[in-house]
Design a protein around this ligand. Structure first.
Ligand SMILES: [Zn+2]
Length: 423
């Protein structure tokens, strides 16, 4: 007997139209056609039947996200899984004290099978693809999403075609190819979406990322996987947090985690949902909030050390989540990202990718502006591991000094390179 959620249809969050499910991926994953005709890109979302969902939808074991399959579009029996989810919620006591926040936590998503939270999305997406007879998986990615897609495609026994950018660090390319994916470089983000779209339209490939301009975000089934982050946070805290901060490019994480909290509220497991805060390098959501735009517009881009989230585009559902939660968007700088990355490593023992540290960067900026209640229950989502981009961290670390023949050279090196006076 299937435990999967009952899908009522595919809903547009903007115009409220409901569409039937379909295997025409190029169409259902391109966003609401009615809103697109009106000039707004809006991703559809899975409409689940929450009636009849009881406490048994939230079992405490086994500690993978598939225990929540009553609220996922695929049953756990059909899951393509590597044991994703069940990541630790780590209290940041030392950092919290320094920032004047008495209840600061990190949801450490670097502990997933391919070391990023994309595994929740890709496990659901590839499971849905396999359950619907997909023959090839495809994606355009700068790394984390691609590596995760490649791993789950391998797990499903399906070929995987990845469109990436030449500028992506070689570590990411190695990771994607190591899982058996065919990785192809493209000159620009827009060009890779166009090539990917042809594979979807002409050959029926199943995508795990978006492929249209302006972007609508990732295919809607996979985003359901991010809801489980909300379920786990509430389970571990025993209550709803006040603020959840998520690194954001196309806002799949913001929108998916928010949807999880909304479901928990509708199912009366929490009295209220938290404020969602998006951390973004270029600020398309911040711009849309400031200008009171109905949907995000592309903003000025450039280079960012947080390249995994360096997008000029925001998405409708991300903006909608910020508005519905009375949240905010924070623009982060490279210096702020490095400061947060350094603090997580040195003060809390967590080494995360620069783009992941962006969530703490936002908290540092907001606490400096006294924009956070000192007693608020704050959770930063750390989305990916530091070893995804070691070169970025090397830039702010001292060169490793060599010891001479006697111990005095060691004491000198400790003092000169590390500021440690241990005599
Ligand atoms: Zn619509």
């Amino acid at each position: 007997m299937s435990r999967a959620a009952t899908v009522l249809g595919l809903d547009c969050p903007r115009c409220r139209a409901r569409y039937p499910e379909s295997r025409e991926w190029a169409r259902v994953f391109a966003g609401c056609p009615r809103c697109r005709a009106a000039g707004v890109a809006a991703n559809l979302t899975v409409a689940l039947d929450l009636a009849g969902i009881g406490p048994d939808a939230f079992p405490t074991a086994p500690r993978t996200m598939w225990r929540f399959d009553r609220l996922l579009p695929v049953s756990r029996e059909r899951a393509v899984t590597l044991g994703e989810g069940g990541t630790p919620l780590v209290r940041l006591e030392r950092l919290g004290r320094r920032l004047g926040l008495s209840r600061l936590y990190a949801k450490d998503e670097s502990r997933n099978p391919t070391w990023s939270y994309k595994d929740r999305l890709c496990s659901v997406a590839v499971s849905h693809a396999a359950a619907n007879g997909a023959r090839v998986i495809t994606i355009s990615s700068t790394g984390n999403h691609g590596a995760s897609t490649a791993a789950y495609a391998a797990r499903a026994g399906l070929p995987c075609v990845i469109f990436t950018l030449a500028s992506v660090p070689d570590t990411m390319k190695v990771l994607m190819q190591a899982y058996g994916a065919a990785v192809i470089e493209c000159p620009t983000s827009e060009s890779r979406w166009e090539l990917m779209r042809q594979g979807i339209e002409r050959l029926g490939w199943y995508p795990t990322s978006g492929f249209v301009v302006p972007p609508v975000g990732s295919p809607l089934y996979g985003i359901e996987g991010y809801k489980t982050i909300a379920y786990e946070i509430v389970e571990d805290l025993g209550e709803a947090p006040d603020v959840v901060v998520v690194p954001s490019s196309y806002s799949d994480g913001v929108a998916g985690i928010w949807k999880g909290f909304v479901e928990l509220r509708e199912l009366r497991r929490i009295p209220r949902a938290p404020r969602m805060i998006a951390a973004e390098p270029f600020g398309p959501l911040a711009h849309a909030l400031e200008e009171k735009l109905e949907a995000p517009e592309p903003v000025e881009g450039g280079a960012s050390v947080a390249f995994s989230i360096a997008s000029r585009y925001g998405t409708y559902q991300g903006l909608a989540a910020l508005r519905a939660s009375e949240g905010a968007a924070t623009r982060i700088t490279d210096e702020g990202v490095f400061e947060a990355q350094r603090a997580l490593g040195r003060e809390e023992g967590l080494f995360v990718e620069p783009s992941s540290a962006a969530s703490l960067t936002a908290v540092m900026q907001l606490s400096a502006q006294r924009a956070l209640d000192p007693d608020a229950l704050v959770v930063v989502v750390l989305t990916s591991a530091g070893l995804k981009d070691p070169g970025a961290s090397r830039a702010w670390l001292p060169a490793v000094p060599a010891a001479g023949g006697d111990f005095d050279t060691v004491l000198a090196a400790l003092r000169d390179s590390y500021g440690l006076a241990l005599e």
